[in-house]
Design a protein around this ligand. Structure first.
Ligand code: HEC
Ligand code: HEC
Length: 273
């Protein structure tokens, strides 16, 4: 009975001491954790917040440009109006494509937005794209380097082009009319970025070619093929727009045979005299 009492009291007396010790050690852990957080913050925060603030500045500038130049048709919050579709979730690729090809801001409504001189500088386009990207994300603008194009497999690009693009843009990328006043434009001006953006975004009546269908390597190969095709010199003389044998044959008939006929008539006329 006594023994029990002794043990009980000794336990009781040990109790508060160990609790104090536990409290002390948890205070130590807490302060160590706080210190570690402080150190981590001071190491990571400066670079992170600098990048964030340039991003934020771009988004802010983009929003200002948007409100001024685009909101009349696309709405104050880009949710769309009767004059323009919603831009929520279209992504920076769509904005870069539309604005860098001069299609947007739309000059006048028609069957299809026409490409023209861009109204915004590259920086401004990036700012607009950054702002729209914050509204629900979407496909981001592709990064394509000179090396990407130099390393691209042109044969593969040509195969993909003939299988997926030729039916609308024609064999040499000279473009062709479609139905209802729409047309597949010539690919004479598009930059590699615009080519990949067009595939990923599918503007107007052009279908979307997602990365499941044509992967990034294939997309770059197509871009390289289009550039190669357009820069190929024509040692045989004028390309006649690259439309192939029909206009070339027509020209041969009109000028070649027409010229021969003219010569025959001229000889005949001289003999009479
Ligand atoms: C006069 C009205 C008008 C103005 C101004 C205008 N847009 Fe548009 N926008 C349209 C219409 C209409 C379409 C859809 C028709 C089309 O794509 O041809 C469109 C389509 C777009 C698309 C493609 C959407 C998609 O689903 O892929 C983007 C991106 C876009 N506009 C961005 C802009 C930006 C950025 C500006 C400001 C610099 C702008 N637009 C100014 C009318 C306008
Ligand atoms: C069904 C027909 C069709 C097919 C197939 C097609 N396109 Fe297009 N493409 C169009 C139309 C229509 C436009 C114009 C869109 C607009 O004005 O908004 C266009 C526009 C483009 C542009 C923008 C040109 C510029 O300078 O403004 C590029 C680049 C382009 N297409 C590349 C491609 C590539 C690469 C493929 C194959 C992977 C392809 N297209 C397949 C119909 C097509």
């Amino acid at each position: 009975m006594r023994g029990r009492l002794v043990t009980r009291t000794s336990r009781r007396s040990r109790g508060p001491a160990s609790a104090r010790r536990r409290r002390r050690s948890s205070t130590l852990v807490l302060s160590l954790a706080l210190m570690a957080t402080g150190v981590l913050w001071s190491v990571l925060a400066p670079s992170g917040s600098a990048a964030d603030s340039t991003d934020n500045a771009a988004v802010k500038a983009g929003r200002a440009l948007y409100l001024q130049g685009c909101s009349t048709c696309h709405g104050l919050n880009a949710a769309g109006t009767v004059s323009g579709p919603s831009l929520i979730g279209v992504g920076s690729a769509a904005v870069d494509f539309q604005v860098s090809t001069g299609r947007m801001p739309l000059a006048h409504p028609g069957a299809q937005a026409e490409a023209k001189e861009p109204s915004y500088s590259e920086t401004q386009i990036d700012q607009l794209a950054a702002y729209i990207q914050t509204l629900g994300g979407g496909t981001t603008k592709p990064e394509i380097s000179k090396d990407d194009l130099a390393d691209a497999d042109l044969t593969y690009g040509g195969e993909l082009y003939r299988a997926n693009c030729q039916q609308c843009h024609q064999a040499a990328g000279q473009g062709a009319p479609l139905t209802y006043g729409k047309y597949a434009p010539a690919l004479t001006n598009a930059t590699p970025e615009q080519i990949v953006e067009a595939m990923r975004v599918g503007p107007e009546s052009m279908p979307v070619f997602g990365s499941g269908q044509i992967d990034d390597e294939g997309a770059k190969a197509i871009a390289a093929y289009i550039l190669m095709n357009r820069d190929t010199p024509s040692p045989g003389g004028h390309k006649l727009g690259g439309y192939g044998p029909v206009p070339e044959g027509l020209l041969a008939w009109l000028i070649g045979i027409g010229g021969l006929l003219g010569v025959c008539l001229w000889i005949g006329a001289r003999q009479k005299v």
